[in-house]
Design a protein around this ligand. Structure first.
Ligand code: ADP
Length: 376
């Protein structure tokens, strides 16, 4: 029974319903119709009709007429029911078979396949769900391909440099010197940074980054960050300032993640500001607190600004300068801000400086902490 396919099942169930219907009709008709006919004849006799001699013929005539009528009803009704049920089963089965064919093609790598709309609402909903899932999967696959492509490109540069130097050292065309070893070490550091950043980005994008949301006072955190950076600044570095009221409301955020975002933003601001100042600002707005890192550095061109949060993106100038950046920092920061229910924005003017700001929601009254594995 398990091996019977759906269309046969549908057809058989229609047949069973038809057979039960016809049998009931025949049995009930065969038992009651003659009795009703006799009752009708007796009623006529009561009105004065003399049916004594013709009663038998009448009964036989009725019986034969009933049987013929029933026979032709069964033939015509049965045939129409069989044809109709075959047609209905086919109409239900056809889109299902088509869906099966499309899912098979999809599974074998044709990610552009979609199920067409169907007039049966339930099947249409199924088709829509499948199409939504297919679109998501196609997007994931597209991003995966892009990531692999970008990654190969990013890895190739330091590897080529390393290979060139090592071959030169090996065959004696490059004389070993501390400078060469420094360059080799720089390229390895670049590779390590790339791998670390990638690991962090993949965790953030896959949604497996632990986020420990809690009521957080931003002022001490911002202050200690300014302290940490100021300790490392040299005399010719830009000045670093804090502009934040001590009375800021508490925000609902993960202190470690906020620090991670700010280290990246301040690090960038210092890196791309040869001289001038970098200011860390925070202020309250409706239901949220904004934190901004403002610099008076080289700025970003208007056509480049929309790309700054894309992974691996670096402006051409910073590529030329071999800034050592991987172009992943802002992509991670954006994801971290989103995971804390905020938004991140960038504003910049070439030659004048940039502002990178992000928002964090104000904590509801009553301190609490929510630990969560961030889900996409
Ligand atoms: P990176 O590790 O390369 O700094 P990011 O994702 O942090 O990666 O930054 C991406 C690119 O955005 C940088 O390479 C740089 O070109 C540009 N950028 C980021 N911050 C600034 C800034 N404050 N001023 C000018 N350019 C910036």
């Amino acid at each position: 029974m398990n091996r019977i396919n759906l269309s046969t099942r549908l057809f058989l169930s229609h047949m069973i319903v038809m057979i039960v219907g016809i049998s009931t009709l025949l049995v009930v008709g065969k038992i009651y119709s003659p009795q009703l006919f006799i009752w009708h004849l007796e009623k006529l006799q009561g009105y004065g009709f003399n049916l004594i001699y013709s009663r038998r013929q009448l009964l036989e005539g009725f019986d034969s007429a009933w049987s013929r009528g029933a026979f032709w009803s069964v033939i015509v009704g049965g045939t129409s029911a069989i044809a109709l049920s075959y047609w209905v089963s086919k109409r239900i089965m056809q889109p299902l078979i088509q869906m099966e064919r499309i899912t098979r093609r999809f599974a074998s790598g044709h990610l552009e396949e979609r199920v067409p709309a169907n007039e049966i609402p339930e099947l249409n909903r199924l088709a829509q769900s499948f199409n939504r899932m297919a679109k998501d999967l196609e997007g994931v696959e597209q991003r995966r391909r892009e990531l692999v492509g970008d990654l190969t490109h990013e890895l190739r540069t330091p590897l080529t440099v390393l290979e060139g130097y090592l071959e030169g050292l090996g065959d004696g065309t490059i004389a070993p010197s501390t400078d060469i070893y420094h360059r080799l070490a720089k390229e390895t550091t670049r590779l390590r940074r790339l791998v670390n950043d990638l690991q962090e980005l993949s965790k953030a994008e896959a949604g497996y980054l632990p986020i420990n949301l809690q009521s957080l006072n931003l002022y001490p955190l911002l202050n200690s960050l300014i302290q940490k950076f100021s300790d490392q600044l040299l005399d010719d570095n830009p000045s670093l300032r804090l502009d934040c009221p001590q009375t800021l409301p508490l925000v609902l955020a993960d202190p470690e993640r906020v620090e991670q975002i700010l280290i990246n933003l301040i690090g960038n601001a210092l890196r791309y500001t040869p001289e001038g100042s970098v200011t860390l600002r925070a202020w309250e707005a409706t239901a949220q607190v904004w934190v901004a890192v403002e610099d008076t550095g080289q700025g970003i061109a208007p056509e480049e600004l929309p790309h700054v949060f894309e992974r691996f993106w670096r402006s051409d100038r910073s590529r030329d300068r071999h800034s050592g950046g991987t172009g992943i920092g802002l992509a991670i920061s954006q994801r971290l801000v989103e995971l804390q229910n905020g938004v991140i924005q960038a504003e910049s003017e070439l030659g004048k400086g940039s502002i990178f700001r992000f928002s964090l929601p104000i904590a509801p009254s009553g301190a609490f902490s929510i630990s969560a594995i961030a889900k996409r």
